[in-house]
Write a protein that binds this ligand. Structure first.
Ligand SMILES: Nc1ncnc2c1ncn2[C@@H]1O[C@H](COP(=O)(O)OP(=O)(O)O)[C@@H](O)[C@H]1O
Ligand SMILES: [Mg+2]
Length: 405
């Protein structure tokens, strides 16, 4: 096993490791002083010192001297070495595949509801380093979901760059259990990517949607294998070397499950009324979410009102349901609970369908923007049953020349 032999360590410098550590972790960049609340509600000042030039050499020396070989590893052969073990300002994780270096504070790449994402460096068995990302999961549930997602992809022979490697847990200094994995690095998520662009014109947005054809293709493939993503949105589409890929795969499932995890802006409103959605219904919800994603990119004014209604209804769902219920009782008198439920659903559907019908029809179908709008309008229908295959066929008509992979 590599852990015991680790022949490559003596040659670490030969591969320019020091330079990569300095570059990726930005040696000597000032780190913010962080304010943290203690258990007694006092505000404590925690100073995070930057990584220094001398630390980089110490890291390499520590790796080369091999003391870590005697440290305990978990069932998968992973040794987690925190600051207390190494006396170094970086976490070092040694796995059978290689070594990871990462630093929690001041090196964030992003965060969401289930994890904190930070910069990491992976050194493989040949001593060659590459930048990657560390996933620190919020809790065991998020960690287990990520592992589960990876198994689903494997089971169906699907490939995704952002399924994790070297999942492991460890105890923090305060005795809390932490949950972690490492993953390929993305350059940006789609939301950040767009926000960095100045003067984003309609032509740019059309070009971007064209570049997203592989995303639609990937989703179509997943759906054809009976898999649903459940959280398609701008923030969960990642860019890596100019290619777009679906990220944040924790929510994927291949069997119907109660409750969705989709973000409210992108949630097909009918979903919150359905206790037991079928897998097919969850896939329609993916199409809806991709439609909203496209709508947000195309930024047509006419979508604005409808996107607002979707957001409003999803955010105020309980009050919204209650007001429909009260109106029905007022108009029709006392009804059985099941009859009332059926009426609430049908009234709800017609309210949403009416909001959708207010989206202006496209006049000049000849232009690409109009053809795209028309497709988006179909995708974001509140009770849409358009499949990803149908979406792909339409995208292929609109953009016949681009490759889908
Ligand atoms: N591999 C990665 N490389 C770079 N940034 C990432 C990577 N994975 C996630 N991020 C960033 O972190 C954010 C949150 O990650 P995500 O996987 O979406 O987790 P969550 O389930 O918490 O939303 C993403 O929107 C993205 O900006
Ligand atoms: Mg996310």
């Amino acid at each position: 096993m590599f852990i015991r032999s680790a022949k490559y360590f003596p040659q670490l410098e030969a591969h320019g490791i020091c330079g990569m550590i300095k570059d990726w972790f930005e040696v000597d960049m000032p780190c913010q002083t962080q304010l943290r609340s203690s258990r007694h509600h006092q505000r404590l000042v925690k100073y995070v010192r930057p990584l220094q030039e001398s630390d980089v050499e110490k890291i390499v020396t520590w790796l080369k001297n091999g003391k870590w070989k005697t440290l305990p590893h978990d069932g998968s052969g992973i040794i987690h070495c925190g600051k207390n073990t190494t006396n170094l300002p970086l976490t070092i994780t040694i796995s059978p595949a290689g070594v990871y270096l990462d630093k929690k504070r001041c090196h964030q790449l992003g965060y969401g509801g289930s994890k904190n994402v930070t910069k990491a460096l992976f050194i493989n068995q040949q001593g060659i380093a590459e930048k990657c990302a560390a996933y620190r999961f919020r809790d065991r549930h998020a960690y287990d979901m990520s592992k589960h997602a990876q198994n689903i992809l494997k089971k169906h022979g699907l490939i995704n760059s952002f399924s994790g490697n070297d999942f492991h847990t460890y105890q923090s200094k305060s005795g809390k259990q932490r949950f972690k994995s490492y993953v390929a690095r993305a350059d940006d998520d789609l939301r950040t990517y767009i926000s960095k662009k100045d003067n984003f014109t309609t032509a740019d947005s059309i070009e971007l949607i064209e570049q997203l054809k592989p995303i639609a293709h990937q989703l179509q493939q997943w759906h054809s294998k009976g898999v649903a993503h459940r959280d398609i949105k701008l923030e969960n589409i990642f860019i890596q070397d100019n290619n777009f890929q679906i990220g944040d795969i924790e929510g994927i499932i291949d069997s119907p499950e109660n409750g969705g995890i989709c973000t409210l802006d992108y949630l097909m409103p009918i979903r919150f009324l359905q206790e037991n959605a079928s897998l097919l219904e969850l896939q329609y919800a993916d199409v809806f979410a991709l439609g909203i994603t496209f709508a947000k990119i195309l930024r047509k004014e006419s979508f604005g009102e409808y996107l607002h209604t979707v957001r409003f209804v999803n955010r105020t769902k309980e009050e919204f349901k209650k007001s429909i219920r009260e109106r029905i009782i007022q108009e029709r008198g006392l009804l059985s609970e099941s009859k009332l439920d059926t009426l609430v659903i049908s009234e709800f559907k017609s309210t949403m369908v009416k909001a959708h019908a207010d989206l202006p029809p496209c006049e000049r179908r000849s232009s690409i923007a109009e053809q795209l709008s028309e497709l988006i309008i179909d995708m974001i229908h509140p009770v849409s049953t358009i499949s990803m295959s149908a979406v792909m066929a339409r995208l292929n008509q609109i953009f016949p020349k681009t490759d889908n992979t």
